[in-house]
Design a protein around this ligand. Structure first.
Ligand SMILES: CC(C)(COP(=O)(O)OP(=O)(O)OC[C@H]1O[C@@H](n2cnc3c(N)ncnc32)[C@H](O)[C@@H]1OP(=O)(O)O)[C@@H](O)C(=O)NCCC(=O)NCCS
Length: 180
C-alpha cells in the first residue's frame, strides 16, 4: 500500500502506511496502552498476548498476504491509530474478512479513524481479492457504529453475551459491506 500524508483539520500531518517489522515494539506498546483506555476493545491494558517475535511475524504476514492488512496512522512518528484486516485462510472464504480499528482517546474526533477506514476500503477495491468486509462492534459503541455507517456498513446481526466486563454482558453487532 502506498504511504499517504494527510493534513488534518487541526493542522497536524497524518501519515498512513503499512506497518513494518521495525514497528513491532512501538505497536506492542501502543496495544498495551489502548487496551486500558476503552472497554470497547476485546482486550484490556497489557492483555494483548503477542510476543515481540509473534508480532514481527504477524507484520510480515500482513505485508506478504493479499487478503491481510495492517496499517498505522502516525503523527510525528507516534502511532495515533491502527487498523488490521484479516482475510480468511480457506479458498472458499478468503474473499472475506474482519477488521478492527483503534485511535487513542487524545486523538479522537480528528478524522483519523475515518482515514484509516477509507484507506482499507481503497486497498480492498484495488486488490480485487476482497469482496466482503465484516466487523463486530459492541452494541453500545455509538461512536464507532456511526463511523461505520458513514462508510456504508450495514447491520447484519447481533450476538449476545460476547463481552463480560465487571459482571455485565454486552452484545456485539455484526456489520458488513460488499466490495464490488
Ligand atoms: C471508534 C474510533 C476508532 C473512531 O476514531 P476517530 O479517529 O475518533 O474517528 P473520526 O474522528 O474519524 O470520527 C468518525 C465518526 O465518529 C462519529 N463521532 C465522532 N464523535 C462522536 C460522538 N461524540 N458521538 C457519536 N459519534 C461520533 C462521527 O460519525 C464521526 O464522523 P464525522 O466527524 O465525519 O461525522 C475511536 O473512537 C476509538 O478508537 N474508540 C475506541 C476503540 C473502538 O471502539 N474501536 C472500534 C471497535 S469495533
Amino acid at each position: 500500500m502506498p504511504t499517504e500524508t494527510i493534513s488534518l483539520d487541526n493542522g497536524a500531518l497524518l501519515t498512513i502506511r503499512d506497518a513494518q517489522v521495525q514497528d513491532a515494539v512501538a505497536l506492542l506498546r501502543y496495544l498495551d496502552t489502548i487496551g486500558g483506555e476503552t472497554d470497547f476493545l476485546t482486550f484490556g491494558a497489557y492483555e494483548f498476548s503477542h510476543s515481540l517475535e509473534e508480532e514481527e511475524a504477524y507484520i510480515q504476514e500482513c505485508l506478504h498476504t493479499d487478503n491481510k492488512l495492517l496499517i498505522l496512522g502516525l503523527i510525528n512518528d507516534e502511532i495515533v491509530g491502527v487498523l488490521h484486516f484479516t482475510g480468511e485462510a480457506k479458498r472458499r472464504m478468503r474473499h472475506s474478512g474482519e477488521f478492527g480499528v483503534s485511535v487513542p482517546k487524545a486523538h479522537w474526533g480528528l478524522g483519523i479513524g475515518s482515514h484509516l477506514i477509507r484507506t482499507m476500503i481503497e486497498w480492498a477495491k484495488a486488490g480485487e481479492v476482497i469482496r466482503k468486509i465484516n466487523l463486530r462492534v459492541r452494541s453500545d459503541n455509538v461512536r464507532a457504529i456511526r463511523l461505520y455507517e458513514k462508510f456504508g456498513f450495514t447491520r447484519e446481526g447481533e450476538i449476545s453475551r460476547e463481552f463480560l466486563i465487571d459482571g455485565i454482558f454486552y452484545s456485539n453487532i455484526f456489520m458488513g459491506m460488499p466490495i464490488d
